[in-house]
Ligand binder design. Structure first.
Ligand SMILES: [Zn+2]
Length: 134
């Protein structure tokens, strides 16, 4: 697996830009990582625990017969509204272009123009220097 791809959750979320992953204390290792420091909502997440996804080849929701299921649609709507990011759009990109291309696009999309740090999707600014994207 190329670097960074392990941080992409089945729902299309890039755990690398999540506040829980970026924070210094009680860092979450991401959806695919161990449960230590993971939020309760992520541990009991229907998508993460979905048997269909676990048995699928790619491990992503677009392979599912129920795609996009209600839970994914809710999640997608919340993120589009609150954080200007779409899980379903991410999934469609992965489906069409592959995971490595997606990770590359993500690295570019969330890179701080000022210091090269990572823009946190939840905070909306660079976790390293505080710069907001233009
Ligand atoms: Zn920065």
């Amino acid at each position: 697996m190329p670097a960074g791809t392990r941080l992409i959750a089945p729902c299309g979320m890039n755990c690398g830009i999540c506040l829980a992953y970026l924070r210094k204390e009680r860092k979450c290792p991401g959806c695919h990582g161990e449960d230590t420091n993971k939020s309760a909502s992520c541990i009991k997440c229907i998508i993460r625990n979905c048997e269909i996804i676990k048995q699928s080849q790619s491990g992503f929701c677009f392979e599912c017969i129920k795609y996009p299921c209600k839970r994914l649609q809710q999640l997608d709507k919340r993120y589009r509204t609150k954080y200007s990011m779409s899980m379903i759009e991410n999934l469609e990109f992965i489906k069409g272009n592959g995971l490595s291309a997606f990770v590359e696009r993500e690295n570019e999309r969330w890179r701080c123009q000022k210091c090269g740090g990572i823009i946190c999707v939840h905070r909306g600014y660079c976790f390293h220097c505080g710069q907001r994207p233009n």
